[in-house]
Write a new protein. Structure first.
Length: 275
């Protein structure tokens, strides 16, 4: 009987340790944001400054503006333009990076142009976008797509160029053709770095969607923030900033979740290698 009890204790100890470790993984990324929110709440509770209203007042105003008064339509407009521009930019980036990896002469010829456009700030092209596409949603989408291309394109090119040459020798030995080699070796081998570029493109897209909505626009979160600032409605302005921060955080976590699902083979291999 004592032996059974001892073995049960031995089994329960690792399971409890694993459970505590899992709880720790969940709480570790949460403690700092919670601490900052508590500090913001406490430090702003007695604020009388019109520029820095108390956090409880901002939260009440956020509910009123974005739920009761229907400002959520601005968020829908922003997300729609962001997704269309982001998907277009990522597709162009992956295809363009693949072509530059495959065609050396094309890469050599376009290298100066690519880095010239990469270092050119996308917001500086906003007047040109308005002149070309007008003041509708198309120029917002075009600006977002233009900014989202470069991180994905350069990461795709670097990822494909970094694949081990031994793998290509193995593919030739297995007589894998061009397209089969691309989809079974090149694309999976560069996938982690492509995903890193796509995540950087998402961040750039979130910035550009706000920038594009602050000029010659009548909808979107950027438009909402700028109009509130022009009306000197500071609490209303803060609600737009808060909604934008929440939206950006949710989109980034959704991307991380999708990345973990798609690249689970990569993270498993890293875990096994680390073990």
């Amino acid at each position: 009987m004592s032996r059974l009890t001892t073995s049960a204790v031995r089994v329960s100890r690792p399971s409890s340790a694993i459970r505590l470790k899992g709880i720790g993984r969940v709480l570790t990324p949460l403690w700092l944001p919670v601490l900052l929110l508590v500090a913001w709440w406490a430090l702003s509770a007695r604020s009388t400054s019109p520029f820095f209203p108390p956090l409880p007042d901002i939260l009440v105003e956020t509910w009123n503006q974005w739920v009761v008064f229907g400002a959520w339509t601005n968020a829908v407009s922003s997300v729609q333009n962001l997704l269309i521009g982001y998907v277009a930019g990522v597709l162009i980036g992956v295809i363009g990076g693949s072509l530059l990896w495959r065609l050396r002469l094309l890469r050599t010829a376009t290298n100066p142009i690519i880095y010239f456009l990469y270092v050119l700030p996308a917001p500086a092209l906003l007047p040109a976008m308005i002149a070309i596409f007008g003041i509708g949603d198309m120029r917002k989408i075009a600006l977002i797509a233009l900014g989202a291309i470069w991180p994905t394109l350069l990461n795709t090119l670097d990822g494909m160029r970094g694949i081990d040459a031994v793998k290509f020798d193995t593919a030739r030995a297995l007589r894998l053709g061009g397209w089969r080699r691309y989809f079974s070796l090149v694309l999976p081998g560069a996938a982690p770095q492509i995903a890193a570029g796509m995540r950087a493109s998402l961040t750039v897209g979130i910035i550009l969607v706000v920038v594009s909505e602050m000029v010659a626009s009548n909808s979107g979160i950027g438009y909402f923030i700028l109009q509130a600032q022009a009306e000197f409605a500071i609490k209303k302005m803060w609600t737009g900033i808060l909604v934008l921060a929440i939206l950006g955080t949710v989109l980034n976590y959704l991307f991380m979740f999708a990345e973990r699902l798609v690249l689970r083979w990569y993270y498993r291999s890293r875990a096994l290698h680390g073990a």
